[in-house]
Design a protein around this ligand. Structure first.
Ligand SMILES: [Fe+2]
Length: 383
């Protein structure tokens, strides 16, 4: 048993936790906040509610609603330019992974002034100075970005990069499941399956971290208990709360152990085709699982127990196969994607996908070593 752990940022979670935002902003000495978010959260009124909560504590705010799904450096640069003009002293990331990740990279540039590729290679934690005060409010349950030190961002060439920084992750996370009640079913499904795949990948990969394992197993249990309900009855606050907690725990799991080849093969796809992260992951999920259980049946058998399957007395390999069947059945019930071909991936892209996937750290720590020939066979089966 061993672990090495950097605990997540200060966090509060409860229905109605949004009320803590104003007092927390005041505690940072803030006078004016920049809210990094997307247009949808402006249109549905949630961004306005955040502005109102801050105003109750005498904190002004401007909304920067330019973040798109799979955020780009162009959006980040626009956010940095606005910050520099506006006299801001508090950064807020409001939304799903895209908005929180864009805000993290904005914080990284404000601290270092580095171009993206330097932040990817050198990180941002070696630079002197103090990061800007930074609060996040997730409005979907899945990415775990509220906990992690990682941000996915596209450069101007469209390729996705991962920026990691302990110092530029949020200083405070406000988890209010009421903010997720209006997320549409398809987005609830796609983000929820992402949380499950974080936990599954972290639990089964080659990294060692006992705390992350505990978080991962509980996250998987929570997803099996709550995700279908959250998709089918969006107003169910108990299911929304369970999923928000699952996302948070899965974020702790990947912070401690990283992901696996499901993410490694998906990030490559997301670099070449404009797809939703959870949709791409869902198409890849069962293929990598069937590849993996050959070498790591004992861990997948534990997954079977965590998600509530009756596998008493079964050999590990049979229990692992039951887990794969149940996970695939959940994916199909959620009606997220089943094939990369349907998402626009063409066979001519496979050579480039193989190169990108093989370079991914997530692929490299997959429980069963993946040669390029393995990656090729997997992609060919998915397209
Ligand atoms: Fe993910």
């Amino acid at each position: 048993m061993q672990f090495q752990m950097t605990w997540p940022p200060a966090s509060v979670m409860r229905a109605g936790a949004l009320q803590d935002l104003g007092p927390r902003a005041k505690a940072y000495g803030a006078t004016k906040a920049l809210i990094v978010t997307d247009r949808g959260l402006v249109d549905c009124g949630i961004a306005g509610r955040i502005v109102s909560e801050l105003a109750k504590s005498g904190v002004a705010a401007d909304v920067f609603p330019e973040v798109q799904p799979n955020p780009t450096m162009k959006e980040v640069r626009n956010g940095v330019a606005l910050w520099k003009k506006g006299g801001f002293d508090l950064l807020i990331g409001l939304g799903g992974g895209s908005s929180m990740d864009a805000a993290k990279v904005i914080a990284g540039i404000l601290l270092t002034g580095r171009p993206l590729i330097d932040m990817v290679k050198k990180g941002v934690d070696d630079v002197e100075g103090t990061p800007v005060p930074f609060i996040v409010l997730p409005t979907t349950s899945g990415t775990g970005s509220e906990v992690t030190s990682a941000a996915m961002i596209k450069d101007d060439d469209g390729r996705k990069y991962l920026v990691r920084s302990i110092r530029c992750r949020p200083a405070f996370a406000i988890l209010d499941p009421e903010l997720t009640l209006t997320v549409p079913p398809r987005m609830t499904a796609a983000t929820g399956i992402d949380a499950f795949i974080h936990a599954l990948g972290a639990y089964t990969n080659t990294s060692v971290n006992a705390i992350a394992d505990v978080a991962a197993l509980e996250a998987m249990r929570l997803v099996f208990k709550h995700l279908v309900r959250a998709v089918e009855t969006g107003s169910d606050i108990e299911a929304r709360t369970g999923m928000m907690f699952a996302s948070y725990l899965a974020g702790i799991a990947i912070s401690g152990k990283g992901n696996d080849a499901i993410h490694g093969l998906s990030t490559s796809v997301e670099s070449l085709v404009d797809v939703t992260h959870g949709e791409s992951l869902s198409a890849i999920l069962p293929h990598v699982l069937r590849f993996n259980i050959v070498t790591n049946a004992a861990r997948y058998a534990n997954v079977a127990r965590a998600i509530g399957l009756d596998v008493a007395g079964l050999p590990d390999r049979e229990a692992a196969e039951k887990a794969v069947a149940a996970i695939t059945e959940l994916r199909d019930r959620l009606k997220v994607s089943r094939s990369l071909g349907a998402l626009g991936v063409q066979s001519g892209m496979i050579p480039r996908l193989i190169e990108l996937a093989a370079e991914s750290r997530s692929t490299q720590i997959n429980c069963r070593k993946m040669e390029k020939s393995d990656i090729k066979s997997l992609y060919e089966a998915m397209v």
